[in-house]
Design a protein around this ligand. Structure first.
Ligand code: DX5
Ligand code: ZN
Length: 215
């Protein structure tokens, strides 16, 4: 069953508690946290103090998407805060397998994120060690961008690798997800769909979320 992960970046950040309560009531199980450092991507978002505050007010699972230059600096602090999933970018790390194992040793699910232009082949030899792969369907840095259909071809190859090397692998898609593309993504094996602007543009959120599940 597909899970919809709201990206809090698009929520009303002045009312995070209310926003998270609404998501929880809408049946959301995992919140997506976009962590940007103004270096790996041309934008700054939030970091450990804000995530600590989020953790205090919710028991929902937390998915930390690290769009930062030195992601390894944050594995342990995020694990200590009780984050459940951590992904870092392939483009930001030289020793992929080592970084993946560091996350898993902390008891956190480990994923690698791929920019739209980064081939899936670059993670072939580490697929067996991963809990999930995050395929970016926009260039990371901002919410509200348009979905890049190039991700479908990547999805096809990733599903081949999954069948061959790691049947338990979870495929996550992030960026430009709306009710216009969600059905096709789900049909193509996506199990975690991140959505920011689409969910938060209109209340009730439960209807936005349900429309993504139906496509
Ligand atoms: C982009 C982020 C995404 C983004 C999703 O850099 O990783 O998670 O906030 O937002 P939408 O759904 O608006 O593209
Ligand atoms: Zn993200």
């Amino acid at each position: 069953m597909v899970k919809i992960l709201p990206s809090l970046l698009a929520s009303d950040l002045t009312n995070l508690q209310t926003e998270i309560n609404l998501l929880s009531e809408a049946g959301v199980e995992i919140l997506h946290l976009d962590i940007m450092d103004g270096h790996f991507v041309p934008n700054l978002t939030y970091g450990l103090p804000v995530i600590k505050s989020i953790r205090k007010i919710t028991n929902l699972e937390l998915d930390a998407h690290l769009m930062v230059t030195n992601p390894q600096f944050y594995f342990k602090p995020l694990a200590d805060l009780g984050v459940n999933y951590i992904s870092f970018h392939q483009e930001a790390v030289s020793h992929l397998q080592r970084a993946v194992m560091e996350i898993k040793e902390l008891g956190v699910k480990a994923g690698i994120a791929l920019n739209p232009a980064t081939p899936v082949e670059t993670i072939k030899h580490v697929i067996a060690d991963l809990d999930f792969v995050l395929l970016m369907s926009v260039n990371p840095g901002f919410g509200g961008q348009s979905f890049l259909p190039v991700v479908y071809e990547k999805l096809e190859l990733l599903r081949d690798y999954k069948a061959k090397y790691n049947p338990g692998l979870i495929i996550e898609i992030d960026g430009g997800v709306t009710d216009k593309n969600s059905a096709e993504l789900i049909e193509n094996g996506v199990e975690m769909l991140v959505a920011g602007s689409y969910i938060f543009k209109k209340k009730p959120y439960i209807e936005q979320i349900q429309s993504l599940m139906k496509g």
